[in-house]
Design a protein around this ligand. Structure first.
Ligand code: CUA
Length: 310
């Protein structure tokens, strides 16, 4: 069995320390058993065949078999079983100061919300450095797999069976994530990112997200808002603070602040956003969002409106 020290998978602080200690104990035990067994093999092969005729088993042989073959393995396995149960329980126990985040695997993007706040976003998880994260994973369709290779192991995202992934990010930065379970046509374009920042910056971000005012900043954007609300867009997407409250597609309240669109499919530039609105299936075949049936001017205006939402 190949194992890695649980430095990134474990909850933060003293619990991480505790888990690392357990890991080293189990590793030392495995090395010990390996050396003893390997040692016997080496010794027996060096001794070669017995020359003298084999006599019946001696009392010494009996002790050797009972202690080496029964008592020692039972004690070692009991000790490992105890450590396993103990560590499993520690891993399941949420840290007192962990940050709950709710992530739902959709087809084919990720909905991200922060329980206790009104914040809902998509494909970007903002998180503070140093605070244990408790990410509840859920799906409303098929099984996905949530994977941030640099931060934690894969976790299945199962409809009706929420799984919880716990880890602590120790370094600020942007971490790419992917869906790691085949989930349909656009499985490969189901990317996301985790943006880790200082706790202060995270608090500012979280406050800002709850006070975004979706007011168009230009004449073009104002026309875009009208077109957005009058057409199918508002039936599938939510922009908090407006009459758009659809839930089929991603919440677009902060779309202007996101690095990419279409779950990491395209750049978030006016050009790419127009291209996306016009016909998302060009870049993401099978996407559930239909091509636009509006004029190109309206597409441009809607893109301008959306880029201003941040
Ligand atoms: Cu979702 Cu693959």
């Amino acid at each position: 069995m190949i194992m890695a020290p649980p430095s990134t998978l474990a909850p933060g602080g003293s619990e991480a320390h505790h888990l690392a200690t357990v890991w080293w104990i189990m590793f030392a035990l495995a090395v010990g058993v390996y050396l003893v067994v390997g040692g016997f093999i080496v010794v027996s092969s060096l001794r070669g065949r017995r020359r003298e005729p084999i006599e019946g088993p001696t009392r010494h042989d009996d002790y050797f078999i009972w202690i080496g073959g029964v008592i020692a393995p039972v004690l070692i396995l009991m000790f490992i079983a105890f450590l396993t149960v103990h560590t499993g329980a520690a891993l399941r126990n949420p840290s007192k100061n962990s940050l709950p985040i709710h992530v739902v695997g959709r087809q084919w993007w990720w909905e991200v919300s922060y329980p206790g706040t009104s914040v809902v976003t998509a494909n970007e998880i903002h998180a503070p450095v140093g605070q244990p994260l408790e990410i509840t994973l859920d799906s409303d369709n098929v099984v996905h797999s949530f994977w941030l290779p640099q931060l934690a192991g894969k976790e299945d995202v199962v409809p009706g069976q929420p799984n919880v992934l716990r880890f602590t990010v120790t370094k600020a930065g942007t971490y790419r994530g992917v869906c790691a379970e085949y989930c349909g046509l656009q499985h490969a374009n189901m990317g996301f990112r985790l943006i880790a920042m200082s706790p202060g910056e995270f608090e500012i971000w979280l406050q800002h997200e709850q006070h975004i005012t979706p007011v168009p900043e230009s004449e073009l954007a104002a026309r875009g808002e009208v077109a957005f609300m009058a057409n199918a867009c508002a039936g599938c997407h939510t922009v908090r603070g407006t009459s758009a409250n659809g839930t089929l597609g991603p919440d677009l309240t902060d779309i202007g602040s996101r690095a990419r669109i279409g779950a990491e499919t395209l750049e978030n530039t006016p050009h790419d956003l127009e291209r996306w609105i016009d016909d998302p299936g060009k870049d993401k075949p099978g996407v559930l969002m239909p091509p636009a049936t509006i004029s190109h001017d309206d597409v441009t205006a809607i893109a301008a409106y959306l880029e201003g939402l941040k």
